[in-house]
Each structure stands twice: as structure tokens, then as C-alpha cells.
Design a protein around this ligand. Structure first.
Ligand code: ATP
Ligand code: MG
Length: 178
């Protein structure tokens, strides 16, 4: 019997495929009877196909909780306190889930993004992930993964953009991008 070890996985980089990769991992995990939760730090406004697909599997198997507002206000000198509050709430939900014993895999979708925009302290997150229950799998997605998270992780994949339809003016396609 292979030894069971919870993995810390990071999908980062500028190319497309980070969130969809995490969804693929979730799909595989559900098939093995694992209970999966995805908390989404940014998403909240658009309706993504995966929300309905997860419902088809059943909330007790795969639950997705969009906890953002679809965007983050940047450009000004300071980050909007409302965005920081949303990021903190989402982190608290994700961390509690990781420690709850109710899930086998927790996906923190776009957490790298909110860390790189300094809405959450990287040390706080890395410490909580390091001390998590031994068999918990965690996936972190988003561009610009923090070096401390990369260092702690067991598996890090960087999506490299080779081609993207957007650069030729082709907009997001239903069923592929949302
Ligand atoms: P996906 O959710 O499709 O797997 P992703 O998680 O890798 O993409 P994000 O950085 O979260 O990508 O970007 C969110 C949105 O931006 C997605 O709708 C995605 O299709 C689009 N996107 C991702 N990469 C690129 C890119 N290189 N150029 C333009 N748009 C992109
Ligand atoms: Mg994404």
C-alpha cells in the first residue's frame, strides 16, 4: 500500500490553464471518492460552467464557493479595503476547510493573485499550509506564485503562454473560458 501524503500543489505562470487544471484534478479526485472544496478569491460575478458541473456531482462531493467580486480594484495608490476584506474572508474559509477534516482536497483558486497584490500576508498563508493535517491535498492557483509558497510546495507547474486566441482579438468562449 503506497504511503498517503497530502501534496501542496501550485499552478502558476502567465499561460492559460491554471484554474482548469485544478478543476481537472478535482474531477479526478471526486472519482476516487475524495471530497473537494474550491474557494475562489477573485471570481464572483461571472457565471462559470464549473459551478453547474460541480452541482451535478453534488455539493457533498465537489463544492465551489465564489467569494470575490469578479475583479480587484488596482491602479490607485492603495488597495480597496473592501477587496482586502473579501480576500481575508475567503482565506479564512479556505483555511478552516483545510483544518476541518471535512475535505480531502481544498483548492485556493487565484490565491497567488491576492498574495502578489499584497492583500494577504504570504508568511501567514505559508505557515498555515505547512502545519496543515498530514493527508490534506491543497492546490493554489494564480499568476506570480510567491517564492515562499513555491519553496514549500511539493509540485509546481508553470503555464507558459505559447499562443492565446486573445492576442488575435478572439474573445472568451463559452464552455472553454467560462
Ligand atoms: P482558466 O481559468 O481558463 O484555466 P487561468 O486560470 O490559467 O485560465 P487566469 O489567469 O485565472 O487564467 O485568467 C482568467 C481568465 O483570463 C480566463 O478566462 C482565461 O481564459 C483568461 N486568460 C488566461 N490566460 C490568458 C492569456 N495569456 N491571455 C489572455 N487571457 C488569458
Ligand atoms: Mg484562474
Amino acid at each position: 500500500m503506497a504511503q498517503e501524503k497530502g501534496l501542496l500543489i501550485v499552478y502558476t505562470g502567465p499561460g492559460k490553464g491554471k484554474t482548469t487544471c485544478a478543476l481537472g484534478a478535482a474531477f479526478r479526485a471526486v472519482g476516487q471518492g475524495l471530497r473537494v472544496l474550491m474557494v475562489q478569491f477573485i471570481k464572483g460575478s461571472w457565471h462559470y460552467g464549473e459551478l453547474d458541473a460541480a452541482k451535478m456531482l453534488g455539493d457533498d462531493k465537489f463544492e465551489i464557493r465564489p467569494m470575490g467580486r469578479g475583479f480587484v480594484k488596482i491602479g490607485g495608490a492603495e488597495t480597496d479595503p473592501a477587496d482586502i476584506k473579501l480576500a481575508e474572508e475567503c482565506w479564512n474559509t479556505g483555511r478552516d476547510a483545510i483544518y476541518s477534516g471535512k475535505y480531502d482536497l481544498v483548492i485556493l483558486d487565484e490565491i497567488n493573485y491576492v498574495i502578489s497584490y499584497k492583500m494577504l500576508e504570504p508568511e501567514m498563508i505559508v505557515d498555515a499550509l505547512r502545519d496543515r493535517p498530514e493527508r490534506m491535498h491543497v492546490i493554489c492557483t494564480g499568476r506570480n506564485a510567491h517564492p515562499k509558497l513555491v519553496e514549500l510546495a511539493d509540485l509546481v507547474t508553470e503555464m507558459k503562454e505559447v499562443k492565446h486566441p486573445y492576442t488575435r482579438g478572439i474573445l472568451a468562449q463559452r464552455g472553454i473560458d467560462y
